[in-house]
Design a binder for this molecule. Structure first.
Ligand code: FES
Ligand code: FES
Length: 170
């Protein structure tokens, strides 16, 4: 079954006609040529496909595009571009927060959303009781980033990059 889907992607209104079974990830990659978001597993296990949808990070492989009628979607292409990097992208470069880079778009989208979650005082599993909501500890970052797998093992450098963006000494 085909359906018309209207999405705002990286600030631009996009009208698509899609098979209703199309995931948000495939809509971006195959219909909008936004190939920054990666398909690692297509099963919600790796985080390579992470996008920010209406302010929250989600695994775009696990959700259908038709479920996001009217949503505001940000992919890595919308966060920054090579000549105008987002601060999180610049920090990943500075701290070597990647090796092969396959997980990186998802890590960066998650990283941006995670710092916003902490700032907003949204509790995590480790710190159900957030006594200092603006505190960005290594444990807090690692817990909240645990859905983003990196086969190259760049984790400690990712933590350093996020710590810098959060404005705390590394
Ligand atoms: Fe979506 Fe792995 S591709 S979580
Ligand atoms: Fe290679 Fe993360 S940088 S998987």
């Amino acid at each position: 079954v085909m359906a018309k889907v209207s999405l705002t992607v990286n600030g631009q209104r996009r009208e698509l006609e899609l098979d209703t079974r199309t995931s948000l990830l495939d809509a971006a990659r195959e219909h909008l040529q936004l190939t920054g978001s990666k398909k690692g597993c297509d099963h919600g296990q790796c985080g390579a496909c992470t996008m920010i949808v209406d302010g929250r990070r989600i695994n775009s492989c696990l959700t259908l595009a038709v479920m996001h009628q009217g949503s505001e979607i940000t992919t890595i292409e919308g966060l920054g571009q090579p000549d105008a990097l987002h601060p999180m992208q610049a920090a990943f470069v500075k701290h070597d927060g990647y090796q092969c880079g396959y997980c990186t778009p998802g890590q960066i989208c998650s990283g941006v959303a995670v710092l916003a979650e902490i700032k907003a005082g949204i509790p995590s599993h480790v710190t159900a009781d957030l006594t200092a909501p603006t505190q960005v500890t290594e444990a807090e970052i690692r817990e909240r980033m645990s859905g983003n797998i990196c086969r190259c093992g760049a984790y400690s450098n990712i933590v350093e990059a996020m710590t810098e963006v959060a404005g705390r000494p590394a």
